[in-house]
Design a binder for this molecule. Structure first.
Ligand code: KG4
Ligand code: ZN
Length: 409
C-alpha cells in the first residue's frame, strides 16, 4: 500500500509517500520560515501564495524520491483541518484534483491527529534523499521572497554565519538527551489506552485515546497555546521567530532558577499560559528597571545577553513543568493509561524530554523523532494509514471542505 500524503495547514508545504506499517518512502518539506522570520510571524495571504508555488514541485519530488509514479499510488491523504484557511485550501484543492484525475481514494486527515501519529512513523526504508531540500535554509537578511517554486528548491540547506534562527531539530540537543530520545522510539509502539499531550503553535490539549482513531479531549488551554507562548516570550526577549527553538538555544547558557515564575492554579485538566506570559513581561520590566507601562517591543534592547538567557531558561523550565504537572494529574485521573504520547512542534523541546523522565519513571512515554515534530506530510500519511487499517472510509473528493477550526476526530 502506497499513500501520497500532502500537508499545507500553516507555513510548510509538504508531501510524502508512506507505505505499509507507516514506513516512509519519501518526505519533502519546503518551509516558509525564512520568509516569516523577517516579519516575526506568519502572514496568511503570503503563506497561501507560497503554497501555491511550491505544492506541485513538492509532490513531484516526493514521488521521484520514492522512485514511484502516480500509478504506484493507492491512496491520497491530505490535511483538511485545522489551520489557515488559504493554506488549507491549496493542499485540499490539489489533493481533491489529483484524487479525481488519478481515480484514487482520498483521506482527509485532522492536523492534530497527524502530529500524534508522527509517533508511529518508521523511517528505516527512507534514504533521506530530500535532506538537501531547504527545510531550514538561510535567507534571513537577504530580504528576498522566492517567487518561483524552482527558487524554493535552489536554496541551500543549513544556516549562514549571520543566521540567528535555530533549527528545532537541534535546538538544545545534548548527547544525553539524544540518547534518551532514541530509547523511547521505534520499534516499540505506544500501547493503548494512551494519553496524548498535543503541544503546537495553535493547540495545547490532553487527549485520551482508547484505541486507533478514537479521541476524547480531556484538557485544553483556556487562553494561549504553549507554542504561541514560546513565540510571544521570544519576541519580548528579542529572540528570532520561531520562538521555541530560539528560546531553547538561548536557555542553554541561562539559569533556569534565576527568575521565579508562577504556575497557574487551574482546576481540572485545563491549561492556562497567559498568566505566565504576563509574569515574564513584568519580570523583564522589573529587571530592566522600567515602568510596567513600557511596551514589550521596547524591552529587549535593555536586556544583557545573560539576562536574556536566564529569562529564556526560567520560562522554558516553568512552561515544561506546567505541562508535565498537568499530565501527572491526568494520569492520576486515568490510571488505565498504558502510555503517554507527546506530539506537535513543542515536543521537540529537549528540556521537556529530559523532565519527562523524572515525571514518568514508571510509564512508557513516546516523543516523535525530532525531524517529525514540526509540520510534515509523513505524519499525515501515518494517520491515514491507520485510518485505512481501521476501515475508515475515504471522503468524496468532489465535496471535501476545509475546516479551519474544528476539534480532532
Ligand atoms: O506543530 P507545529 O510545527 O505547528 C503547528 O501546528 O502549530 O508547532 C509550531 C510551534 C511554534 O510555536 C514553535 O515555536 C514551537 O512549535 N517549537 C518549539 C520548539 N520547536 C518548535 N517550542 C519549544 N521548544 C522547541 N524546541
Ligand atoms: Zn502542526
Amino acid at each position: 500500500m502506497n499513500i501520497l500524503a500532502i500537508e499545507s495547514s500553516c507555513d510548510e508545504t509538504a508531501a510524502a509517500v508512506i507505505t505499509d506499517d507507516a514506513r516512509i518512502l519519501s518526505n519533502v518539506v519546503v518551509s516558509q520560515v525564512d520568509i516569516f522570520a523577517a516579519y516575526g510571524g506568519v502572514i496568511p495571504e503570503v503563506a497561501a501564495r507560497s503554497h501555491l508555488e511550491a505544492i506541485l514541485p513538492v509532490i513531484h519530488r516526493a514521488l521521484s524520491d520514492a522512485h514511484l509514479t502516480k500509478d504506484d499510488i493507492d491512496y491520497i491523504a491530505v490535511t483538511y483541518a485545522p489551520g489557515l484557511l488559504g493554506s488549507l485550501l491549496i493542499g485540499t484543492l490539489t489533493a481533491r484534483t489529483l484524487a479525481i484525475l488519478w481515480n484514487k481514494p482520498l483521506y482527509a486527515v485532522h492536523h492534530l491527529k497527524s502530529h500524534i501519529y508522527a509517533n508511529w512513523l518508521k523511517d528505516d526504508y527512507y534514504q533521506h534523499a530530500s535532506a538537501t531540500l531547504p527545510q531550514t535554509s538561510s535567507q534571513k537578511g537577504e530580504g528576498t521572497i522566492p517567487t518561483t517554486a524552482s527558487s524554493l528548491f535552489s536554496r541551500e540547506s543549513g544556516g549562514s554565519a549571520e543566521d540567528e534562527r535555530v533549527d528545532p531539530a537541534t535546538a538544545g540537543v545534548g548527547d544525553a538527551a539524544r540518547e534518551k530520545t532514541v530509547k523511547t522510539q521505534f520499534p516499540t509502539m505506544p500501547p493503548f489506552p494512551l494519553l496524548s499531550l498535543v503541544i503546537s503553535g495553535g493547540h495545547t490539549q490532553i487527549i485520551y485515546i482508547p484505541s486507533h482513531n478514537h479521541f476524547d479531549i480531556i484538557g485544553t488551554t483556556r487562553d494561549d497555546a504553549v507554542g504561541e507562548c514560546f513565540d510571544k516570550i521570544a519576541k519580548i526577549l528579542g529572540l528570532p521567530y520561531p520562538g521555541g527553538p530560539s528560546i531553547a538555544q538561548a536557555a542553554q547558557t541561562g539559569d533556569p532558577t534565576k527568575y521565579k515564575l508562577p504556575h497557574p492554579k487551574i482546576d481540572g485538566l485545563d491549561f492556562s499560559f497567559s498568566g505566565l506570559k504576563t509574569a515574564v513581561l513584568r519580570a523583564v520590566q522589573s529587571a530592566c528597571e522600567l515602568p510596567i507601562t513600557t511596551p514589550s517591543y521596547e524591552l529587549s534592547r535593555h536586556l544583557t545577553p545573560q539576562q536574556r538567557s536566564d529569562f529564556a531558561a526560567s520560562f522554558q523550565s516553568a512552561a515544561c513543568d506546567i505541562l508535565l504537572e498537568k499530565l501527572q494529574s491526568t494520569r492520576t485521573a486515568h490510571p488505565d493509561a498504558q502510555s503517554i504520547v507527546f506530539a506537535g512542534g513543542v515536543s521537540a523541546n529537549q528540556i521537556l524530554r529530559e523532565k519527562a523522565y523524572t515525571a514518568f519513571p514508571d510509564l512508557p512515554f513516546f516523543f516523535p523523532e525530532l525531524k517529525y515534530t514540526g509540520d510534515n506530510a509523513a505524519m499525515v500519511g501515518a494517520a491515514a494509514y491507520y485510518e485505512i487499517q481501521s476501515g475508515v472510509q475515504p471522503v468524496d473528493p468532489y465535496h471535501l471542505n476545509i475546516l479551519p477550526r474544528t476539534p480532532i476526530k
